[in-house]
Design a protein around this ligand. Structure first.
Ligand code: HEM
Length: 418
């Protein structure tokens, strides 16, 4: 999806970052004027690579999955509701600009004597299909900001699942920003500048980089591979499945969450050293798919069989060909009352652990309109019985309610607080 969507106004009501040059007081939030000065809407190949910011639903959910992720969860520091509303308005303007390849704020009034309004590292990179998706955690709806009565129905802290090995500092959060782009620096730049603009109002709780997509959300995209070497995303919900998207991705509950989606996140460490010592048969039995083609066991190991039906009833000798503890058996809709989720996961490798092993894994993100009927029961089943559990450690959990898309003239502050 390309966009002709130029920057809209959306002026912050307070200059809480005026000292730095960010905020309404500093005239940073461009209306028409500042925008004309920039035209970074094409990438280095000259092709338009920006994605519309305003739509019925937020971008970054069914959007063709970009290659890179920077996701950050924040806690709100202020107890002043207006300060939070102002920050969300400022973020909206900044996010909209950045998704169009513009600097986070209008730089026309800059001087050697003022702090630059944009941190600068994405200046020549264009939009690179950047999407910025916001979401709110259950804790934001406590007593602090008068939001108690507008808490979405299914926004409850995720349960602790069997075999979780959670690190508390990587869990939960009041607000999430998911930035995805086809250039890592563009995603990092977006998060960095929003965090910077939120200084004093929010602080970072956890953040995660993902360097390669491990799902596909459209049929045009080839299925990528995860760090176990398997194709991942074959049976994902694809954006062209409009009925499934409506049934399983968008929330139909009343109130501001209507048309939004719940973001369910799990940082899953993958024990590559252990996995890399297993024979191919065991690896394939773990997923019930061939490693090479991604086709289900019991079919041909050829690329044209990747999307073949999974033969759950096929018996070989006395055993089912699709092991009942395999990841696909346990997560397939047929064995979950038809339930489906939209996966948007990313691979990560970040340094090493203290035992001389790579610290690698999958940052799993699922979007669900009704997580209590889809994501949670599927995850519960996997956490109990998945053969894959021997090779992974679930280190975090978080859930956020992502509101629907913004209408013209609306910003995230007025959308949430009315
Ligand atoms: C490190 C963690 C994980 C790895 C390596 C992994 C890998 C895979 C692979 C290789 C497939 C088969 C290809 C496909 O259809 O995409 C698959 C399918 C699937 N996975 Fe995962 N997965 C992980 C975590 C999860 C989690 C946490 C959930 C949900 C709670 C999940 C839900 C699913 C679902 C719903 C399918 C589709 C099953 C089907 O319809 O046949 N996965 N996964």
């Amino acid at each position: 999806m390309t966009s002709e969507n130029k920057n809209k106004s959306g002026v912050s009501r307070r200059g809480f970052l005026a000292g730095m040059g960010i905020g309404a007081g500093a005239g940073v939030l461009a209306g028409g004027g500042g925008v004309a000065a920039y035209s970074a809407e094409t990438d280095s190949t000259g092709e338009d690579s920006s994605i519309s910011f305003r739509d019925a639903h937020q971008a970054g959910i069914v959007t063709a999955q970009q290659e890179h992720l920077h996701i950050v969860a924040m806690d709100v520091l202020t107890e002043d509701r207006d300060e939070l509303i102002d920050m969300l308005a400022t973020w909206t303007t900044m996010a909209e600009r950045m998704t169009q390849g513009l600097p986070a704020a209008d730089e026309s009034g800059e001087s050697d004597y003022a702090v630059p309004t944009d941190s600068g590292e994405a200046q020549d990179l264009g939009a690179k299909n950047l999407t910025v998706t916001v979401g709110y955690g259950p804790s934001l709806f406590d007593d602090r900001f008068g939001l108690k009565n507008s808490k979405p129905a299914q926004l409850n802290p995720l349960p602790t699942f069997p075999s979780d090995q959670l690190k508390d500092e990587l869990c939960d959060g009041d607000i999430v920003i998911q930035a995805c782009a086809d250039d890592p620096q563009v995603a990092v730049h977006a998060v960095r500048n929003l965090v910077r603009a939120g200084s004093g109002v929010v602080e970072v709780r956890w953040s995660q980089l993902g360097y390669g997509r491990a799902s596909s959300t459209t049929t045009e995209q080839a299925t990528p591979r995860n760090l176990f070497g398997f194709k991942d995303g074959t049976r994902n919900i694809h954006s062209s499945e409009t009925e499934a998207v409506d049934d399983f991705v968008w929330s139909d509950e009343a109130g501001w969450m209507n048309g939004g989606s719940y973001l369910c996140a799990r940082r899953i460490r993958m024990l590559l050293e252990l996995w890399d010592r297993q024979n191919l048969g065991e690896q394939q039995a773990t997923f019930a798919r061939f490693r090479k083609s991604g086709a289900p066991l019991g079919t041909e190991d050829t690329d044209d069989q990747e999307f073949a039906e999974v033969p759950f009833d096929l018996i070989y000798g006395r055993e089912p060909v699709i092991p009942e503890d395999s990841h696909v058996f346990l997560s397939h809709p047929e064995n979950n009352g038809g339930a489906r989720i939209l996966r948007r996961a990313y691979n990560f490798i970040e340094g090493s652990d203290t035992f001389g092993h790579l610290s690698a894994g999958l940052f799993f993100i699922a979007f669900a309109g009704k997580p209590e009927e889809t994501f949670i029961p599927i995850q519960m089943k996997l956490s109990r019985n998945d053969r894959m559990n021997e090779y992974v450690r679930y280190e975090s959990k978080a859930i956020f309610a992502c509101p629907p898309g913004l209408k013209e003239g609306q910003d995230w502050g007025t959308q949430l607080f009315g």
